[in-house]
Design a protein around this ligand. Structure first.
Ligand code: TYD
Length: 205
């Protein structure tokens, strides 16, 4: 199968409770049934080291710079040891969150310096494996949902981590930062109306 027309590095973004985790495994199965070699992964995480960092990031208290550095350290390990080799091998990579989440949560939610995030992004996502250019997803599916609706969904769900435990105001800022990011990358971002029932979101996807 030719991979030139089909996007191979696909990320999924949105605020907590937007429904990504329902649809990503389903899309993986769908693409596998079409004969694609699919790698399903997530951030923060996706490698043994990055999963250890994930535990710290989600549960240990830390300041905003430490949080951003650990997030990008996890991303570097994930890119170098999993994502770049998979892309080089011709696989389709489905990644549950990527750098846009750092701009939304650390930049928007925490109010952390976006220029520092841009510096980290360029350090971490550029390597010989990426051909010396900034590695970004080919396509980013943005599960767009009003924060108040997401909060209702999450209230019925599990124990909250450090991000999920944040206020409605935090998620308003995260959602606004996603919208800003989508406007800045209009060809890469594909918006899904995540307020629709699951079957409708699946059809959009
Ligand atoms: P999430 O995919 O929502 O995990 P789960 O579905 O298991 O809860 O991601 C975990 C949290 O990490 C989420 O609240 C968003 C946050 N996050 C950031 O703050 N910055 C980032 O760069 C990434 C990748 C995630």
């Amino acid at each position: 199968m030719s991979h030139t027309l089909f996007p191979r590095f696909i990320s999924f973004e949105g605020i907590d409770g937007a429904g990504k985790s329902t649809h990503i495994p389903r899309l993986a199965e769908h693409l596998r049934a079409q004969g694609q070699d699919v790698l399903l992964t997530r951030e923060p995480g996706g490698t043994a080291l990055a999963e250890k960092l994930r535990q710290m990031i989600l549960h240990d208290a830390m300041d905003a710079l430490t949080e951003a550095l650990l997030m990008f350290a996890a991303r570097r390990d994930h890119l170098q040891t999993v994502i770049e080799p998979a892309l080089a091998a011709g696989k389709t990579v489905l990644c549950d969150r990527f750098t846009d989440a750092s701009f939304a949560y650390q930049g928007g939610g925490r109010g952390f310096d976006v220029q520092v995030l841009q510096t980290l992004e360029s350090w971490v996502q550029t390597s010989p494996q990426s051909g010396g250019v900034l590695r970004q997803p080919d396509v980013t599916f943005w599960f767009d949902l009003p924060p108040a609706v997401a909060a209702q969904r999450l209230a019925a769900a599990r124990q909250a981590d450090r991000f999920e435990a944040q206020s409605g105001d935090f998620f308003e800022k995260v959602a606004a930062a996603y919208a800003k990011r989508a406007a800045a990358y209009p060809t890469r971002f594909l918006r899904l109306d995540a307020q629709q029932p699951p079957e409708s979101v699946w059809q959009q996807l």
